[in-house]
Design a binder for this molecule. Structure first.
Ligand code: ADP
Ligand code: ADP
Length: 289
């Protein structure tokens, strides 16, 4: 054994790159009598060397992704958190950084309502009252969105899944499409902070950018910084509805935590800090996935 080791180590220094590449592809190792001779004659010297100074004869494996920025793609991420936790705010930062589409079921429903489509007319009372849209409507909408070409590089899910049935459906869809869920980010904010966030929330109906009257005001009061559209207050952001939505979250959405945790997919992020600090934590979690 010791002889075999001594044979290999000094010879490794002389291996040309092409030989390494060929060997890594499984080609038979060519005979190298000259190298063996040199190795035997240097056996004693090799033994004396400190182990740290002996080069490893095996080629160093090089993982293809460099674990930074867009090289993480495809990247499928779920954002979970109570209403007002900051999912939409973080979604904008995550999607901008990784260049993946933002799939917000809430935004899709609100766009349908604004356009007066049959779907919009059907879901309008449910959104106004803070009730969940039935799975039979929601799941096919998400599945159809995932079939679009831009979703192949990954998707940031915001507000979906919202219950265990939707989580199961998403898992099946991923299997069917040959994709995988990379990480579930849970943004944690106590209920006591939520009402203040909701009452100050203003949104752009054109580009969905979210503002807050105090924490994140637009440059010009009442107008979107990006496209100048007049900002709106969501009809479901009134205190009476907010409490009902928090209850729905606790009953139907919070069980997703126990669903994803054993799969090793869940990262908890403290959402009480500034949006920039929250994003820094999320970014760190995504780098370690
Ligand atoms: P928030 O995160 O502030 O609760 P969303 O924009 O995610 O707001 O959702 C707004 C409303 O849209 C919900 O209260 C619900 O009526 C409906 N909705 C959004 N996503 C879903 C979903 N995945 N399943 C059922 N209903 C949904
Ligand atoms: P969600 O999508 O989870 O319902 P939003 O991103 O729409 O939440 O945020 C709700 C409100 O809270 C918005 O007015 C937003 O500007 C504000 N907000 C978001 N993140 C923070 C934060 N970290 N600190 C303070 N306010 C925040």
């Amino acid at each position: 054994m010791a002889t075999a080791k001594a044979k290999k180590k000094p010879a490794a220094k002389k291996k040309p790159t092409a030989r390494r590449l060929l060997r890594s592809k499984g080609s038979p190792k060519p005979a190298r009598p000259a190298a063996r001779k040199v190795a035997t004659s240097k056996k004693a010297a090799a033994k004396k060397r400190a182990p740290a100074s002996i080069p490893d004869p095996k080629p160093t494996p090089r993982p293809t992704p460099d674990m930074s920025g867009r090289s993480l793609l495809p990247l499928n991420i779920l954002l979970i958190g109570p209403p007002g936790a900051g999912k939409g705010t973080q979604a904008e930062k995550i999607c901008g950084t990784f260049n993946i589409p933002h799939l917000s079921t809430g935004n899709l429903f609100r766009a349908a309502i604004a356009a007066g489509t049959p779907l919009g007319r059907q879901v309008e009372p449910l959104l106004r009252e803070g009730k969940l849209v039935p799975d039979a409507i929601t799941i096919p909408i998400v599945d159809a969105r995932l079939e679009q070409p831009d979703a192949a590089k990954g998707v940031l899910f915001d507000g979906y899944p919202r219950n265990l049935a939707q989580a199961d459906a998403l898992e099946k869809t991923f299997v069917r499409l040959g994709r995988k869920l990379n990480r579930v980010i849970l943004i944690e904010v106590p209920d006591s902070a939520i009402v203040a966030r909701m009452s100050g929330r203003r949104s752009c109906p054109t580009c969905n950018t979210v503002y807050h009257l105090v924490a994140n005001p637009p440059k010009e009061m009442g107008r979107c910084d990006k496209d100048g559209t007049e900002l709106v207050t969501r009809k479901d952001d009134v205190p009476e509805t907010v409490q009902g939505r928090l209850n729905t979250y606790a009953d139907q959405t919070a069980p997703l935590i126990a669903y994803y945790q054993p799969k090793g997919l869940l990262s908890r992020v403290d959402g009480k800090r500034t949006p920039e600090q929250v994003f820094e934590s999320i970014h760190g979690e995504l780098q370690q996935r």
